[in-house]
Design a protein around this ligand. Sequence first.
Ligand code: HEC
Length: 165
Amino acid sequence: MSHTYPLKRLAVIASVLSYTLILSACATHNTEDEHTVYAPGLGEFMAQISTRHIKLWYAGDAENWQLADYELEEIHEGLDDLAKYHPTHDKIKGSIPNMIAVYMKAPLEQTEAAIKVKNVGAFRAGYDSLTTACNSCHQANNFGFNVIARPSGNPFTNQSFQTQL
Ligand code: HEC
């Protein structure tokens, strides 16, 4: 008789514990869901790409080829991520990976080649074709009112675009 009471207590503790475990498992599951569903929207990707487009200009203009190469690569990665997370979009007529290949591939390669040979004139020409390509995709998607241009003033005064090495 003396040891039935502790056994009952053990059973109660066990059931409370399993209930707590189930609750915490549910809580963890919900948090994970919230994290996995978020992906930046098309406009957010564009705003990032546009920032890199400005920085690319100031890096190339200062003949800081290492930085120019980095910024161009960031534009490339931004476009790759855009294609991955939004293969289609209600604002884009057709496949986004396809449009990026059609409009962006050649000017990206042209700019990359200019950076590799460290030629500022070729860089400017590559940069202008890249900018024209941005606008061609905007025009093809009823977004021609958003016009991209060579930047005319550097908004990133907290970053030095001059070569440091
Ligand atoms: C695949 C076609 C496509 C390409 C390529 C493209 N854009 Fe866009 N861009 C769009 C569309 C569509 C929108 C409208 C997005 C929205 O409203 O959700 C947009 C929006 C923008 C915006 C407005 C974002 C804002 O918050 O103000 C900027 C800036 C921009 N693009 C810059 C660029 C630059 C710079 C390039 C080239 C390096 C580029 N885009 C290449 C299709 C494209």
